[in-house]
Design a protein around this ligand. Structure first.
Ligand SMILES: NC(=O)c1ccc[n+]([C@@H]2O[C@H](COP(=O)([O-])OP(=O)(O)OC[C@H]3O[C@@H](n4cnc5c(N)ncnc54)[C@H](O)[C@@H]3O)[C@@H](O)[C@H]2O)c1
Length: 400
C-alpha cells in the first residue's frame, strides 16, 4: 500500500509503518549514545507505552537501563484498505528492535481500564518476569469504560466557572483564530476526573500489589502537566486540571502503599510536547509553537525522548542512588526548564504579537507541523513514501 498523510481536524487518520520504525530507531539511538542509567530498573511495566511519553519511557528503561519491559496500549492494526494507528506501528517497531537487541519485550493490546487487561498483565508478569520494579502510567484517553458497569464516560477539555476566549491556531488553515469555549458543567468535571484522574492508576497498583507482582522497592510514576498562565484557563484551572489534581491525590495513596516495601510513587510533571493528546487541546498547538521557538533559541529544547531520558537518569535513578527531587506535593518537576521566568516572559510577549502573517516567523510553527506529521511516521528524509509499505507488519502482541 502507498501511504500518504490524511489530516482530519487535529489528527492524521493514516500512519506509515516504515516512518514510525524510523522514529523509534532515532529514539533508541539517542538513548544508546548516552551513558547507561546506573541503578536503573530491570523489569518494567509501561501502561500507555505506544506513543507520546510512554514509548520513550519504555526505550529509556530498555536501552538505557537494560530492562525487560511489558507494554500495554490500545491501538488498531492495519488492514488491506486501511493503515493501523501510529501507536500500533511504533509498538511493532519497538518490540522488533528490542528483541533483536536481545531484550525481553512483550506487549498487550487492549483497554487498560478493563479488569481483563489488568489480569492478563499480571499473568504475563508472573509467567515471564516474576515481579516488576517500575510501573509507568502514561495513559491519555478521551473515554473510559468503567470496569464494573461497562458505562462509557467521556472527558472534556473545558474551562471551569466562566467561558474562555483565547488566541489559537487553526492547524488546517494555518491561521490565527480566536477560540471560545463554554465552561464545563459539574458532570463534565466529574467525568473528566473519572477518565483522566488517578483512580485507574490506583486500581492498577492495587491489582498488581494484591497479585504479589510488585518487587520490594518498586517505584511508580504517572505523568502530569501544569503549564503556565497562558494555558491555565483551559488546562490546570480547567476540567483536565481537576483530573490531574486527582492524580496528585492518587500519588499520595500509592506512595504510602509502596513505602511499605521500600518503594515510592510520584507524579512527574512534564514539559509540553507535540503528541496526539496535546494536539487535541485548544490553545496547546500555538503555545507549543511559541515555547519551542523560545526554548530552541535558548538551547533548552527537549523532545519526548530527551525529556524522559533526563527524568530517568537524573531524577528517578540518580547515579549516586539519592532520592529524586520533589516539590511540596512530592511531584518530580521536569517542567523546570519550561517554567523559567525568561522562557515564560518571552512566550507571553510572542503570544501578544502573533498574527497569521507572522506565525511562521515569530513562532516555531513549521517545527510544530513537522513534528505533528512525524508522530504518524511522515516527513522523514530517509523514508521512501512512494514505495509500497505493508500496513500489517508481523507482530506478536497479546490481544485482549
Ligand atoms: N503531551 C504533552 O505535552 C504532555 C505534557 C505533560 C504530561 N503529559 C501526560 O503524559 C501522559 C501521556 O500523554 P501523551 O501526550 O504521551 O499521549 P499519547 O496520546 O501520545 O499516548 C497515549 C497512550 O495511551 C494509550 N491509551 C489510551 N487509551 C488507552 C486505553 N484505554 N488502554 C490502553 N492504552 C490506552 C495509547 O495507546 C498511547 O500509548 C498523559 O498523562 C498526559 O497528560 C503530556
Amino acid at each position: 500500500m502507498i501511504i500518504k498523510p490524511k489530516i482530519r481536524g487535529f489528527i492524521c487518520t493514516t500512519a506509515h509503518p516504515v516512518g514510525c520504525e524510523a522514529n523509534i530507531l532515532e529514539q533508541i539511538n539517542y538513548t544508546k549514545e548516552h551513558p547507561p542509567i546506573e541503578n536503573g530498573p530491570k523489569r518494567v511495566l509501561v501502561i500507555g507505552s505506544s506513543s507520546g511519553y510512554g514509548m520513550p519511557s519504555r526505550i529509556a528503561a530498555t536501552f538505557g537501563a537494560g530492562a525487560a519491559t511489558l507494554g500495554v496500549f490500545f491501538e488498531k492494526p492495519g488492514s488491506d484498505t486501511k493503515t493501523g494507528t501510529a501507536g500500533f506501528y511504533n509498538a511493532v517497531a519497538f518490540d522488533k528492535l528490542a528483541t533483536e537487541a536481545g531484550f525481553y519485550a512483550k506487549s498487550i493490546n487492549g483497554d487498560a481500564f478493563s479488569n481483563e487487561v489488568k489480569q492478563q498483565t499480571i499473568d504475563t508478569i508472573k509467567a515471564d518476569l516474576g515481579q516488576v520494579d517500575l510501573v509507568v502510567y502514561s495513559i491519555a484517553s478521551p473515554v473510559r469504560k468503567l470496569p464494573e458497569t461497562g458505562e462509557l464516560v467521556r472527558s472534556t477539555l473545558k474551562p471551569i466557572g466562566k467561558p474562555y476566549s483565547a488566541t489559537a491556531v487553526d492547524t488546517n488553515k494555518d491561521e490565527i483564530i480566536s477560540v471560545d469555549v463554554e465552561p464545563a458543567v459539574d458532570q463534565e468535571i466529574q467525568d473528566t476526573i473519572t477518565v483522566m484522574g488517578g483512580q485507574d492508576w490506583e486500581l492498577w497498583i492495587k491489582a498488581l500489589n494484591d497479585a504479589g507482582v510488585l518487587a520490594d522497592g518498586c517505584k511508580s510514576i504517572a505523568y502530569s502537566y501544569i503549564g503556565t498562565e497562558i494555558t491555565w484557563p483551559i488546562y490546570w484551572h480547567g476540567t483536565i486540571g481537576k483530573a490531574k489534581e486527582d492524580l496528585d491525590r492518587a500519588a499520595a495513596a500509592i506512595d504510602a502503599l509502596l513505602k511499605g516495601t521500600g518503594g515510592e510513587a510520584h507524579v512527574a510533571v512534564l514539559k509540553s510536547v507535540v503528541t496526539q493528546a496535546s494536539s487535541a487541546i485548544p490553545v496547546m498547538p500555538l503555545y507549543i509553537a511559541i515555547v519551542y521557538k523560545v526554548m530552541k533559541e535558548k538551547g533548552l529544547h527537549e523532545g519526548t525522548m530527551e525529556h524522559v531520558f533526563r527524568l530517568f537518569s537524573q531524577q528517578l535513578y540518580k547515579a549516586d542512588g539519592a532520592l529524586c527531587d520533589t516539590d511540596d506535593m512530592n511531584r518530580i518537576r521536569m517542567d523546570d526548564w519550561e517554567l523559567q521566568e525568561e522562557v515564560q516572559s518571552a512566550c507571553k510577549a510572542l503570544w501578544n504579537q502573533v498574527t497569521t502573517q507572522n506565525l511562521r516567523d515569530i513562532t516555531d510553527y513549521d517545527g510544530y507541523k513537522e513534528e505533528f506529521l512525524k508522530l504518524f511516521g511522515f516527513g522523514l528524509d530517509d523514508v521512501d513514501y512512494d514505495a509500497d509499505a505493508n500496513p500489517n507488519p508481523p507482530q506478536q502482541f497479546i490481544e485482549v
